[in-house]
Design a protein around this ligand. Structure first.
Ligand code: AMP
Ligand code: MG
Length: 417
């Protein structure tokens, strides 16, 4: 064991991967399903495999505006063909095309039987009712064959799929107007701490605004869950116990922040053990160490740290994969990539560390990252300026400028501002 591993072992800290595996193992997805109209299914998790009820495209059609031609038996390099009709999108030419015939055709219009190719209008010379082809097209050129996108009976989307805009288009193209999705889990969250005041209240000395509930409401917005704000609760063992007992009857998941560490007023572990079960506590993660996972009633419970940045790190690394599993999603993995670090980063050996960084692209379009100053776990402004976490392994002492580090973007598409 390395010295850092020994330290974590002594302190009874769980390695992140081990803790996450135990948590994901424990959580069972919601089973209830519901039928949803297609548009309402955006962002929900599919609870059925979807088999294509038809082929796409349903008929061969033209990829361009031009002329459908039948060149069977034609050998002339630049043939002259009569234009015998037209096929418009939605208004097909119903007869078969005979050898040496052409029809006018537009993008998406049905290609008649007998067509050997479609020629772009730019590649013909129109001469009254005739066209001369500037060159001989290859067999099937500019024809989109029936079934070239989706085959009938093909499974296009599987159970566990998070439905995206791209999927809605595909389902609509297949004529599917309703899908079965998993019911959205009910997720409650609250803050704990005698020092907390809600927005709109005035602050007495020693008091601060409760920001974690706003962080959590924002973080929960990405999921297909119904989120309930249970407010801020004082550091009172009886009240916390009662709240955990009651909430355990009504929700699928409960999140709290604060009171999860070893302070005199940190009651969450004790409260949870009175009404439910503490499965694990404390992870070798910086920030985000004091994390409780367990169960109360029919709900899973995460007691997150109180420090505002720790809430985000613990949420991103542990709660996010847990909620995706609870919601029925399969295949979730955070996007991580290598970026060249533009400044030196420092850390003490011991815990896996998530530092806040600014990811950008250099002149060659390659990812580069700058570690930001002010990395303590209360420094929310740095988090707000960041667009990624820089992930530094437990045993590392940081990174020198110019070396590659692993980053996890959390504001994809917004680089360098
Ligand atoms: P705790 O884990 O309860 O000891 O809290 C650690 C730190 O986080 C303390 O500085 C708390 O004041 C702060 N904190 C706890 N909960 C919140 C919250 N909801 N909003 C803002 N800061 C908080
Ligand atoms: Mg506290």
């Amino acid at each position: 064991m390395t010295s850092s591993a020994v330290d974590c072992f002594k302190a009874n800290l769980l390695n992140l991967e081990v803790a996450l595996a135990r948590i994901l193992d424990a959580i069972t997805p919601v089973r209830a399903r519901q039928q949803l109209p297609l548009k309402s299914a955006l962002g929900r998790i599919l609870a059925q495999d979807i088999q294509a009820p038809l082929i796409l495209p349903p008929f061969p059609n033209s990829a361009v505006d031009g002329y459908a031609v039948n060149l069977a038996g034609v050998t002339a390099p630049s043939p002259l063909l009569p234009v015998v009709g037209q096929s418009l999108a939605g208004l097909p030419y119903s007869d078969p095309l005979l050898p040496s015939q052409a029809i006018r055709i537009f993008t998406g219009a049905k290609v008649p039987d007998g067509t050997t190719a479609v020629v772009m209008q730019e590649e013909v010379t129109r001469q009254g009712t005739l066209i001369r082809l500037n060159r001989l097209p290859s067999e099937g050129e500019h024809v989109r064959p029936a079934g070239s996108d989706v085959r009938c009976g093909e499974v296009v989307l599987k159970t566990g799929r998070l439905l995206r805009a791209e999927d809605l288009g595909l389902l609509a193209a297949l004529g599917i107007s309703q899908v079965t999705a998993f019911q959205a889990p009910r997720v409650a969250y609250f803050s704990t701490g005698d020092e907390l005041r809600s927005l709109g209240e005035s602050l007495a000395p020693g008091q601060i605004y409760d920001s974690n509930r706003y962080s959590l409401s924002g973080l929960l917005a990405e999921f297909p869950v119904i989120a309930y704000d249970l407010g801020a609760v004082p550091d009172d063992l009886e009240q916390l116990t009662e709240l955990l007992r009651e909430a355990g009857q009504s929700f699928d998941l409960i999140l709290s922040s604060g009171g999860a560490s070893v302070g005199e007023k940190d009651f969450l572990r004790q409260a949870l053990s009175r009404v439910g079960e503490v499965t694990l506590w404390r992870i070798a993660l910086k920030p985000g160490k004091p994390l409780i996972f367990g169960r109360t009633g029919r709900a899973w419970y995460f007691g997150l740290p109180g420090n505002p940045v720790s809430v985000h790190v613990a949420f991103a690394q542990i709660v996010r994969p847990a909620i995706w599993k609870l919601a029925g999603a399969s295949g979730f993995k955070p996007l991580r990539l290598k970026a060249r670090c533009l400044n030196a980063l420092y850390k003490t050996v011991g815990r896996l560390e998530f530092q806040r960084g600014q990811l950008a692209l250099d002149e060659a379009g390659l990812p580069v990252v700058t570690g930001l100053a002010a990395q303590e776990s209360h420094q929310l402004a740095t988090l707000s300026r960041a667009n990624c976490f820089i992930i530094l392994p437990a045993d590392s002492q940081g990174a020198s400028a110019g070396t590659y580090v692993t980053v996890e973007p959390f504001a994809a598409g917004f680089y360098g501002s």
